[in-house]
Design a protein around this ligand. Structure first.
Ligand code: GDP
Ligand code: IMO
Ligand code: MG
Length: 420
């Protein structure tokens, strides 16, 4: 069996959690392959809204196995909070959640390093989620990291102290006050909880499941434009958020990849700093923010909003080899008379129709205007019920990017999903 992958094509928050929850009914296994608690994946059903950070979005389907892969970074404190919230909702989590021995741990001092680094950057800060993501991946690639498998080592406390002491030395360079003690005790509580879960050699388990013909979906976090290699560097996250990240983050060969679902919003949003060519710093942007409830699921920060950016979408489709597109939040555009789509940019007065290396330089978006549908679409159940103007909008995008849009999300609830 092949591994299908679902990932974000913009700057994160495209609605991946909602869609994974919907698709999970067709899969036996859902796996996270990168990122960590910087992610906030919301899903809604039976009037309950839930936000997941580390745990895969298949967790609400009782038959589905969920795997936290080797490419993920785990903060035991946040993990414990998520588990408690899920258990309160009656989810039997221990049976169906597996964690890779190779996943790296976010230490309390990684969080402090993240905060100290951001504070020292002042205006040029990344606008990170302050969850310790960057410093943890730095220790991973610097070959200093601590992995989930290490918690089973009798000398774990010593391993922990060695790395924390290294961090304390680095922190001397910053003029940053901190207190580790409080977070440390809940961190070790979280470690004890982690030990009670099924800690596995996930690459073997995942490949065995695929050999057995089990259906598996990899759930991306963040989005392609936040990828460490192909995003708007340095304003990115510290992992490979793209399709290839699922191969390294799970131990699955590229020849085993099946469908690649690319999720995009009908407009664009971004949290944190960095370039955003179609950003609307005006009342239209504010209208998108209010109507789309564009406030971060992890940090609560207001999301920056702007029109759909086709060159950026084409870039993401190319990098990921997207086979199926999924559009979300088009319902948010229902009150707009006209809808704009950026078709190309002016860069130094020259027209370009692709996302260039110079994304940090001014790129002036050039727009095509389309007639809005001005109708509520949140109760539409089938493609044929959708207003003509909306179908024209979808067809225009499909013609431009040459990939079919196969799922249309018209609201946050599981049921508000049209499969074409
Ligand atoms: P993720 O990080 O990609 O999983 O996305 P988030 O959960 O951070 O942000 C998406 C937000 O939009 C959440 O509040 C979802 O409940 C909501 N959402 C998802 N799909 C739709 C949709 O089609 N329409 C509307 N109005 N909201 C949606
Ligand atoms: P989901 O999975 C949106 C952004 C941060 C910041 C940059 C680096 O919910 O789509 P980090 O903490 O990773 O070092 O921050 O990346 N960012 C996200 N933006 N959605 C996310 O995840 C994000 N995860 C990180 O705001 O700009
Ligand atoms: Mg999110």
């Amino acid at each position: 069996m092949k591994l299908d992958i679902l990932l974000g094509l913009q700057w994160g928050d495209e609605g991946k959690g909602k869609i994974v929850d919907v698709l999970a009914q067709d899969y036996n296994i859902i796996c996270r392959f990168q990122g960590g608690p910087n992610a906030g994946h919301s899903l809604e059903f039976n009037n309950i809204k839930h936000v997941l950070h580390t745990i895969p979005s298949g967790v609400f389907r009782p038959e589905t196995i969920n795997i936290i892969g080797n490419g993920v970074v785990i903060d035991p404190v946040i993990f414990q909070k998520e588990i408690i919230a899920l258990e309160k909702m009656g989810v039997e989590i221990k049976k169906n959640l597996f964690i890779s021995k190779r996943a790296h741990l976010i230490l309390p001092s990684h969080r402090i390093l993240d905060a100290a680094s951001e504070a020292s950057k002042g205006k040029t800060k990344i606008g990170s989620t302050l969850k310790g993501i960057g410093p943890t991946y730095m220790d991973k690639t610097g070959r200093n990291g601590i992995r989930v498998g290490d918690i089973l080592n009798p000398n774990f406390k010593e391993i922990y102290n060695n790395l924390t002491n290294k961090h304390k030395d680095i922190l001397k360079q910053y003029n940053y006050e901190y207190n580790l003690d409080e977070y440390e005790s809940s961190w070790f509580e979280g470690i004890e909880l982690l030990k009670s879960f099924q800690i596995i050699e996930s690459e073997h388990v995942i490949n065995k499941y695929l050999d057995e013909g089990k259906k598996m979906l990899a759930e991306g976090a963040q989005g392609t434009l936040l990828d460490i290699d192909f995003g708007s560097y340095p304003f990115v996250t510290s992992s490979n958020t793209i399709c290839a990240g699922a191969c390294t983050g799970l131990g699955v060969a590229p020849t085993r990849i099946g469908k690649v679902f690319g999720v995009f919003k009908a407009y664009c949003t971004r949290v944190g700093s960095g370039p955003f060519p179609t950003e609307l710093e005006n009342e239209v942007g504010e209208q998108l923010r209010q109507q789309g409830h564009e406030f971060g699921a992890t940090t609560g920060r207001p999301r920056r909003c702007g029109w759909m950016d086709l060159p950026a979408l084409k870039y993401s489709i190319m990098i990921n080899g997207v086979t199926n597109l999924i559009v979300t939040k088009a319902d948010v555009l229902s009150n707009f008379k006209t809808i704009k789509i950026c078709t190309h940019y002016l860069h130094n007065g020259k027209s370009i129709d692709y996302l260039p290396y110079e994304i940090n330089e001014p790129l002036e978006p050039v727009y095509k205007e389309m007639k809005g549908w001005e109708k509520d679409i949140t109760t539409c159940k089938t493609y044929n019920e959708l207003p003509k103007e909306f179908i024209d909008y979808l067809k225009y995008i499909e013609d431009e990017v040459k990939v079919p849009i196969t799922i249309i999300s018209v609201g946050p609830d599981r049921k508000q999903t049209i499969v074409k």
